[in-house]
Write a protein that binds this ligand. Structure first.
Ligand code: CP
Ligand code: NVA
Length: 303
């Protein structure tokens, strides 16, 4: 990380991201270690989680450290107590914090007021740990990153934002097809262009155009956590953006299908695609564990 925190993919250089992949691959082979003996991680979550919560907890356990989970009801972040005071207090007890928030400003405020490193475990704007696990998974399946073509179909959301930035950082071309009102925001595209060393961003209207010859086809839910009231409107807007076997047939012959999970089977992706032989969704989920070990070791100065 450039500073103490990992709030955005932009907090990493390409070299640092590659170092994280190397460390993650090493730890995937090695398994247990005692590098973080005596260290504690707090998970401060405003939203539900399966993968992020469990992979961080198991990562700390496998590195010899300790993890505690703080649910929204217990802490009352910004209601029972101000965000700065929660950050200052937690910094006296734990060595690192991973926060899952609605507003991105909340994770930024925690980072500002914590003396210990803060990791973004998903905000409304970014999901950097997911994007790092995704690029690691792509590397494992394709044996390279530079020059790959990724097609992102669907909502220009937190997952898409971090994925676009990670692709630009590591040389993967990013082609997105979204309904115009739900495209990846301009500020992310601008930041992506600024960090790209040759990888291209292409925005198209039709999923078929994005998928043509792609090495990777990626999608995420149409309705993210916190947007439940918009679900019906979104289902209508995204109806023609479902990833189906017919759409995948336009991609490269050895295409891989990716999704951060949880999947809304039958909405953004047809049931059979998730379970097909080109789907690597559970490799992505597993790699959350390995990349987060690498992130924790780097945040705590152990690598
Ligand atoms: N992909 C992901 O972050 O999953 P969870 O919401 O279950 O943590
Ligand atoms: N975009 C989804 C990702 C969940 C991992 C959400 O924010 O709900």
């Amino acid at each position: 990380m450039k500073g103490k925190d990992l709030l955005s993919i932009c907090d990493l250089s390409a070299e640092r991201a590659r170092d994280l992949f190397t460390a993650a691959i090493q730890m995937k082979r090695a398994g247990l270690s005692s590098s973080l003996k005596g260290k504690s991680l707090a998970l401060l979550f405003e939203k539900p989680s399966l993968r992020t919560r469990v992979s961080f907890d198991v990562a700390m356990h496998q590195l010899g450290g300790h993890c505690l989970y703080l649910s929204p009801a217990e802490i009352g972040l910004g209601t029972r107590e101000s965000i700065p005071d929660v950050g200052r207090t937690l910094s006296r007890y734990v060595d690192v914090l991973a926060a899952r928030t609605f507003a991105h400003a909340t994770v930024e405020a925690l980072a500002e007021h914590c003396s210990v490193p803060v990791i973004n475990a998903l905000s409304d704007h970014e999901h950097p740990c997911q994007a790092l696990a995704d690029l690691l998974t792509m590397y494992e399946h394709k044996a390279r990153l530079e020059g790959l073509d990724l097609a992102y179909i669907g909502d220009g959301n937190n997952v898409a934002n971090s994925l676009l930035l990670a692709c630009m950082l590591l040389g993967v071309n990013f082609r997105a097809a979204s309904p115009p009102a739900y495209a990846v925001p301009d500020d992310i595209r601008e930041r992506g262009k600024a960090i790209s060393r040759g990888a291209r961003i292409t925005i198209v209207d039709r999923p078929e155009e994005a998928v043509e010859g792609a090495d990777v086809v990626y999608t995420d839910v149409w309705t993210s956590m916190g947007q439940e009231d918009e679900a019906e409107k979104r289902r209508a807007a995204f109806r023609s953006y479902q990833v189906t076997p017919a759409l995948l047939s336009k991609a490269a012959r050895d295409v891989i299908f990716m999704h951060p999970l949880p999947a809304h089977r039958g909405e953004e992706v047809e049931e059979t695609v998730v379970d097909s032989s080109c789907s690597v969704v559970f490799d992505q989920a597993e790699n959350r564990l390995h990349i987060q070990k690498a992130i924790l070791l780097k945040a705590l100065g152990q690598s």
